[in-house]
Ligand binder design. Sequence first.
Ligand SMILES: [Zn+2]
Length: 128
Amino acid sequence: MPKIKMICPYCGSDDVTRDALARWSMPKQKWEVSSELDTMQCEACGREIGPDGFDTAPVEADTRDVGLAVRDFLEGRTLSIHQENEDEGTLVPVADAAVDSIDASDPNNLIVALDNGQRFTLRVVAGT
Ligand SMILES: [Zn+2]
């Protein structure tokens, strides 16, 4: 299920809090929220939020999540290698190569090794 975040309806910040009652949990040895109260605040702009509550917004995947998704997508695939045709600037297929391994120890810089010995780095950069 995609994650959401609570945001201030006035300034859009997600630095928001809500009053709640807590009850001591003996088995877990910590306070647990037993009921949420209607008092909500935005710590960024200092406003009290009315009865309509916070707005919600989807949590965007960070580049790490994108890098890991790209790795999952590429694993086991065969890539078609193309070379630029110097006359017309078109791309001509020259070979196929299977993805041999992907080093995702840094998910923002995937190192992809092909079974023909070629290696390349796939850099994941955040958009604007
Ligand atoms: Zn605010």
